[in-house]
Every structure is written in structure tokens, then in C-alpha cells.
Design a binder for this molecule. Sequence first.
Ligand SMILES: [Zn+2]
Ligand SMILES: [Zn+2]
Length: 243
Amino acid sequence: MERCERCDGSKAEPGTDVVECSTCHGEGKVHRTQRTFFGQFQQVTACPTCQGEGQTVKSACAQCSGRGTERKSRKIEVQIPAGVEHGTRLLIHGEGESGGKGARNGDLYVHIGVERDKIFARRGNDVMMSAEVNMAMAALGGIISVETLDGIVDFNIKAGTQSGAVTRIKGAGITHMGATGRRGDQLVELKVVTPKKLDDRQAELLHELAESFGLERVGENPKAGHGIFDRVKDAFRGEEDNS
Ligand SMILES: [Zn+2]
Ligand SMILES: [Zn+2]
């Protein structure tokens, strides 16, 4: 409810008089005397005719029917503080219900809901994300580019990185609420990705690599009896033989 523009909250049709309330004679309150067994009591209450205002109108405002306020819908801009959390309630002074003539307006409370993001997840003031690292880079080290709240940054992958390792980009997280201006970190979970397709040369290089690790000939079409399943079966058979 906002103050009526036509009567500026006075409740009177413009040009007509606001007069002293005849019930309370402008006092806004009425005194009632009660006689009881214990004696006489005076009770003071708000005047029922003028609702305690001490005035009544001769002719009610045509726009608000003499209420002094009218229902209005209005868009306002609200400053969202950095670091705001899901469920935070912002207090906007004076944007609530009209207080009527001479009184201050109520306040508006805005409940903040933080949307989910496709890339980032939030944990406190840290943001978390995952990034894929090719297995060759995970083994040898290198540089990858990742999205941050401030844009894309490059960072180093250490040689020998394991899948699931988490690296931290200091200060790339969410700004702490309040004046400190400190920020959380960005945590990047590295997922080592095995290529699904290899060309002939890549396959040959990997075979060589496998042999250098002392692995038997691995991969598709392994020598009969030397596939992984056969080796597992052999292992179980071996156990049975031992018992
Ligand atoms: Zn009005
Ligand atoms: Zn009155």
C-alpha cells in the first residue's frame, strides 16, 4: 500500500476540508469511565470515529475512498551485496507499506535465492568445479585453461597428477560478506580422462609405453590365454590348486 497521490494521504478529496473529529474533539482518544465495586476507573482508548487521528474528512478522496493509501505495484532496484548466501534476507528501508500521512513507511524484506550454476558449485565462500585432464598430461604435467568467476585462467598440472586430485586457485572464490573484501578459493577437481579412440600411431606409442612398464602385450586382440579375464581366471585356478 502506498500513499494516495490524489490526497497525499490526507484521505480528503482535494479542496475539501479536514475537520476536527466531533467524537473526540481532536484529541484522538476517548475516555471511558467504568464504575465497579472497587470504585471508578478511567479507561483511555483510541477514538473509534477517527482511529486516533483527531480529524475526519467532510468528503472522502475519490481515488482511495478515504483510506489515504492505495495498492500499487512498482519495480525497484536492489543492490545485491557480494557474497550473499541462499536464504539471506535483505532489509530495504522504507519500501514497505505506506505509514499514512506523517508516518514513515514500513520496510521491505527481500529473500535471496542463489541460483545453481552449470559450471560452479558453491561451498561456503569456495567455488568448486571439475576439469578434465588428458592422461598424457596428467603423467607429464602441463597447463590447462579453466573457467573462474573472473574469466578463464591457465594453471599448471603437476606431473603425476591422479584422477580426483583437487587443486586450489587462491582467492578466486566468492567475496566474503562484509567489508573485508577477502575471497574464498576455487577448488578444481581434476578428472584424468582416458582417450576413447586412438589412431594407429597413438596406439603404437602406448603399446611401447606399456612394454616399457613391463606389461605384457595389452589391448585388443591380446594373445590367446593372456587377456585380462584369462589372467584373472588363472589366478583363481591357482588359488584353488593351492588349497
Ligand atoms: Zn486519496
Ligand atoms: Zn476522533
